[in-house]
Structure formats: C-alpha cells, structure tokens
Design a binder for this molecule. Structure first.
Ligand SMILES: Cc1ncc(COP(=O)(O)O)c(C=O)c1O
Length: 465
C-alpha cells in the first residue's frame, strides 16, 4: 500500500511554495514544525509574522502593476480590517507595510490610540470606521477626530449617524457612506442589513452633508459578503456600485474614493487556484469603463482585506491522543483540542483548511475521522475540499512518537469567534500561542505569546475567585 507522503505527492502538485518535506517531516514556510513542537508541545497555535507582510506586499504590487498597465488614474490604499485578528503582533507587523486601518467596533479605537502611542501609526493614517455604531463608538470616533486624527473617516451606516458627529466633532471631518449591497441570490435575504439603501444615498448627502462646511463626503463604500469572486453576481454588484458612485460624484465634487471592502480569498486547499491579477485587472477595467461612460474621473480605491492579510500566517497543531474504532469502519483520531472551540468556522461554516500530517509521513495512509475533545457530536472534521474524506498516516496506539497534524491558514477570525481567553464549550482552553519571525539575516526565531489558558483564569471569569 502507498505511503502517506506518496498520497500527498500524487494528489497535489507537491512540494509547494509553502510546504515541503525534509528528513521525513513537514516544513511550513521554512519552519521545521517538529522542532517547534518539541520546544513548545501541543496543542499549539502559531503565527508566522513574515507571511502577513508578504501578503500585503503582494496585493500592493498587483494593484500598482495593474493600475500602471491600464493607466488607471486613481490611487490604491491598503487598509487592514482589524476584526479578522486584533492581536498586537498582527497589527504591528501589518503596519510595517505603510498601510491603513478599518475598524468595526468602539473597542477598536483604544487599539488605534495604543498603536499611535507606540509610534506604530500616525495621525494621518486612514482609520475607516465601519459598522453599526452605538454611542461609545461614535464618541470614540469623535474624540479621535478632535484629537487630530484627521484621516479618521466614519462610514455612515444609517441615516441618523451623522447627527452625532454634527454635535460632537469640532474639526473638519471626512465622511464615507456605505451602501447596502444585495446579497448573493442563494442567500436568505435580498439586501444586506448593513449600510444605507441605494435610493437614500444621494438624498442623505444633499439633506445632511452638502451644506455643512465641517463635513466632506469623500468615500462611497460597499462590501460583498461572499467575497471577490469571478461570478456574474459579483460583477453586477460592482457595476451598480460604480454607477452610484458616478451619480453621487456629479452632485458631490469632493467625493474621490471608493472602498470595495474585503473578500480576497486565501488557499484553503493545496490545490487552490485563484487569479488575483486577473481579478484586480477586471475590477479596474469595470470601474474605468463605467467612469468613462459617465464622464467621471476614476476614483481612488481602498480595500480592507482581513482573511487575505492574516489567514495564511496561522496554523493549529495537534497531537493524536488516541485511536477509537467505534464500529467496523469508523476510526477516530482524537486530537488534544477541539474544532468547535479552536476552529469555530470549521464547525459553524464547514470551513475547510489545509490539513497535513507533520511526522510519520512514510507510514501507510488510511481514512479516518478526526474528533475534538468537547462532548458535542458536531466536534469533528472528516472532509477536505478536494475529497469528502480525510486520510492520515496509519498509526498504532503504541507509537514511540505521537502523530502530529496541522491545520494551516487558520490565522483569521478563529480567536475572535471563539472568544479567546474566555469560557468555551466543555472548558476547552485556547491552545498556547507561539509567534515565529525571522531576524535581519533571515534566521527563524520564535517565542511564546501565551501559555494554554489556565484554570485560574476560567475560575475568575466564572466568579469562583
Ligand atoms: C466591512 C467589511 N470590510 C472588510 C471585511 C473583511 O473581509 P475579509 O476578511 O473577507 O477580507 C469584512 C468582513 O466581514 C467587512 O464586514
């Protein structure tokens, strides 16, 4: 029978840019994972910081080259959407690349201030404030503007939001309006609840913004929930949005930018194919064509990529604790973690990740189900994107070294969704978190960001201490 490594070699175009095998062990972005496991143990979450910067540079380069090729007249600005990972090490790495920030909560603003105090961002950094805003968020935005963060740009999400800024902001203030896009046809709702109806946008400007010298409407914003995809739905929503931009521009001369949201995908399978360059060029061509038809200058473009920025920097590594054959066919590999609590998207959205064994690669492979530690029957992982099954090396209960497996590209949203450091299903703790970086000479260095969550921290949250 074939070995696990032969299966990988035959199924995919392997090795890849990110994964290869050395001394029978899986290497991820040049990181010898077995060494990390030996040093820190499992369960383990790792963040490989250089990937964050290389992703940002990749997008900036593609936009730059595409704009040059098409002689596009507007400028491109990369903003990072903090909600995909709020960790300080993520933001600090991202901000090394001359980028800007998109926020979604009042609690983001103290993060902005902390980064400013550390000298990681400047007062001219664009802070694009999205979301439905309770009073504290509106207040924090107003305070930020009054303290001289002049490129902080509240994106109006409803018709009344501006009333608060009229009362509380005492500086010149850039504004954006988010329009409510229509959802993908297969979705349960027709129109997004986020943003302002297309038909209300021009009236909002004319009635509440135009004659107020304090405010300048600079940006029209939209976000396509299902991501930037080459589908007729995506292109028709983009066209509708750009037409609205042109209509507004004709009555609002200071308007000069569009924000096309997030939604660039990442590799969730080794076989992933997505032509980033083609998509960027098509987006630019669409905007150019419509602006030309309407006789309007091409707008500056902002993006707010979350998953794309941080997703591929993360990995979750587990040991196989036990094997359980529960009937003649169904063999379970039990991990020292949980899908529901550590990788909630795998449970809630059936999100798949790149899954690879890290050692025992020359063993035969077999079909298994992977089980998490909670008592919930839904805490399992048993399919991959390319096949509705999972294969891992065949091990026995008596292996001298346990089998280690990795779920890769798990860097976005998982901690925020699972409530990092909080109380989770069956009190499964967050795994320890290790950061990996490279020094000036390119050598790897790693350090522990956080130990596995302690029982003391849980007792405190639950009121026992
Ligand atoms: C307004 C807005 N911008 C950007 C993003 C980031 O999307 P992604 O992580 O898919 O790039 C989101 C995600 O929900 C969003 O709601």
């Amino acid at each position: 029978m074939d070995k696990y490594i032969d299966l990988i070699n035959q199924t995919f175009d392997f090795p890849t840019e990110e994964f290869h095998v050395e001394d029978d062990q899986m290497i991820f972005n040049g990181i010898p994972l077995m060494e990390i496991i030996k040093e820190y143990g499992t369960p383990l979450k790792l963040t490989y910081l250089p990937k964050i910067s290389s992703q940002i540079q990749k997008a900036k380069k593609l936009f730059r080259e595409s704009m040059e090729k098409l002689n596009y007249q507007g400028k491109y600005t990369y903003a990072y959407c903090t909600k995909s990972s709020h960790f300080s090490f993520v933001l600090e790495e991202a901000l090394k690349n001359d980028i800007h920030i998109e926020t979604s909560s009042g609690y983001d603003i103290p993060i902005i201030r902390s980064l400013y105090e550390k000298g990681k961002l400047r007062k001219d950094t664009y802070v694009i404030c999205n979301g439905y805003k309770r009073e504290a968020y509106r207040r924090n935005i107003s305070d930020l503007l009054n303290d001289g963060f002049y490129n902080c740009t509240p994106i109006l999400d409803n018709l009344d939001e501006i009333d608060y800024y009229k009362e509380h902001v005492n500086q010149k203030c850039r504004l954006g309006i988010r329009v409510a896009s229509d959802e993908e046809p297969k979705f349960e709702f027709y129109t997004s609840r986020l943003g302002i109806r297309y038909n209300d946008v021009v009236d909002l400007y004319l009635n509440k913004i135009k004659d107020d010298a304090k405010f300048e409407l600079k940006m029209l914003h939209y976000f396509i929930n299902s991501g930037i995809k080459d589908t007729s739905y995506y292109w028709s929503e983009l066209s509708r949005f750009v037409h609205k931009y042109c209509e507004l521009k004709k009555v609002c001369p200071e308007l000069d930018s569009i924000d096309i949201g997030g939604g660039f995908p990442i590799k969730t399978s080794i076989q992933f194919e997505y032509n980033y360059r083609y998509m960027i060029e098509e987006i630019l061509r669409t905007i150019q064509r419509i602006c030309k038809e309407e006789g309007v200058p091409e707008p500056n473009i902002f993006t707010e990529f979350g998953i794309f920025t941080v997703g591929e920097s993360g990995a979750n590594i587990y040991s196989i604790l036990d094997l359980k054959l529960q009937n003649d066919k169904e063999l379970w590999y039990m991990i020292d973690g949980s899908f529901i609590t550590n990788l909630p998207d795998s449970w809630a959205l059936s999100q798949r990740y790149i899954l690879l064994a890290i050692n025992h690669l020359r063993k035969e492979y077999q079909r298994i189900q992977i089980g998490g530690l909670t008592c919930d029957s839904q805490d399992y992982y048993n399919s991959e994107i390319h096949s509705f099954q999972v294969f891992l090396p065949k091990i026995t209960k008596q292996e001298p070294e346990p089998l280690y497996i990795g779920f890769f590209h798990t860097g976005a949203y998982q901690e925020s969704l699972s409530g990092y450091g909080g109380i989770k299903h069956c009190l499964i703790p967050a795994p320890k978190h290790v950061i990996i970086d490279r020094d000036e000479t390119g050598n790897l260095k790693s350090w522990l960001f956080a130990e596995e969550q302690s029982s003391e921290s849980m007792l405190k949250i639950l009121g026992y201490k």
